[in-house]
Design a binder for this molecule. Structure first.
Ligand code: PXL
Length: 276
């Protein structure tokens, strides 16, 4: 298997076990050279902490990428997560063109919303920009809330397979290629992932341990990208990422002081074994 070079573009939340502090170790554990482009530097993530600081790095992005272009640096994949501003989304779209190696893959986690609401930093203008990134990517990893914002389908807390089918179809209608829809559960104690390439739709069901663990979306997406870039098909990558994420949550529950993220690091050896 070729040694892959992956660029991930998302924020550094200095404390909080999300975005780059999760993506870099997981992609490295998967065996990929991992380059980072921080979209912003925050003292903590925004989901539960108050009074956090935020330095937006939008204005640094064009110079950084221009330097890489001058150096002839290309990536096998670009994986984006939480982005700091609508302007950055345009820059990322340019990167898909200018920094892509042969057989390049673009993977977008439209990290902007959960539980029916946008994260505090975002507004409808950001959503509109995000649509153009999502619908130009090879693979997208929205949760149900994000899929609703991207498609205009109404958000529902309780739903059935027909609703999820409608949501996935609406994403493809918008232009999505491969969809990995996360957090889809039809029973009290299960959740799962829908994997759809527009023709074939599959569902991987696994146990639901607790609701609302922070950072699990980033753990999931990073583990998915790590496996996918190892050459696993989308369904297998989705399964490996789900099983790893469940183990990370299991490793965290019971520690109430650890509400802000999951203890994913001690479980990395399990993930590495799964990728062998
Ligand atoms: O996990 C997504 C995420 C990433 N980065 C920041 C966040 C969040 C979720 O709230 O606030 C800064």
């Amino acid at each position: 298997m070729k040694y892959k070079k992956v660029l991930t573009v998302q924020d550094i939340s200095c404390v909080g076990q999300c975005s780059l502090t999760v993506a870099l170790p997981i992609l490295s554990a998967a065996g990929h050279e991992t380059a980072i482009l921080p979209s912003a530097v925050l003292s903590t993530h925004t989901a539960g902490f108050t009074g956090y600081t935020c330095r937006d790095l939008t204005d640094d992005m064009p110079d950084i990428t221009a330097h890489w272009q001058k150096e002839g640096i290309k990536f096998d994949a670009i994986y984006t997560g939480y982005l700091g501003s609508a302007t950055q989304i345009g820059y990322v779209k340019d990167m898909f063109e200018t920094l892509s190696a042969d057989r390049f893959v673009s993977i977008v986690d439209p990290a902007m919303a959960d539980n029916g609401n946008l994260y505090p930093a975002f507004d409808q203008a950001f959503v509109e920009e995000m649509k153009s990134l999502v619908f130009s990517a090879d693979i997208i990893l929205p949760n149900i809330t994000e899929a609703c914002f991207l498609t205009g389908v109404e958000y529902r807390e309780t739903y059935d397979e027909a609703y999820i089918d409608r949501l996935v179809k609406a994403l493809h209608l918008g232009g999505a290629k491969t969809v990995i829809l996360t957090g889809v559960g039809y029973t009290e104690d299960t959740t799962g992932v829908v994997i759809s390439d527009g023709n074939e739709v599959n569902y991987y069901k696994h146990k639901r341990i607790s609701q609302g663990s922070h950072g699990t979306g980033d753990v999931y997406a990073s583990a998915f990208v790590g496996a996918y870039m190892k050459g696993y098909p989308a369904y297998n990558s989705a399964r490996i990422a789900a099983d790893y994420t469940v183990k990370c949550i299991e490793n965290t529950i019971g520690d109430e002081s650890h509400w802000y993220g999951v203890k994913f690091e001690p479980v990395l050896p399990y993930y590495i074994d799964e990728l062998r």
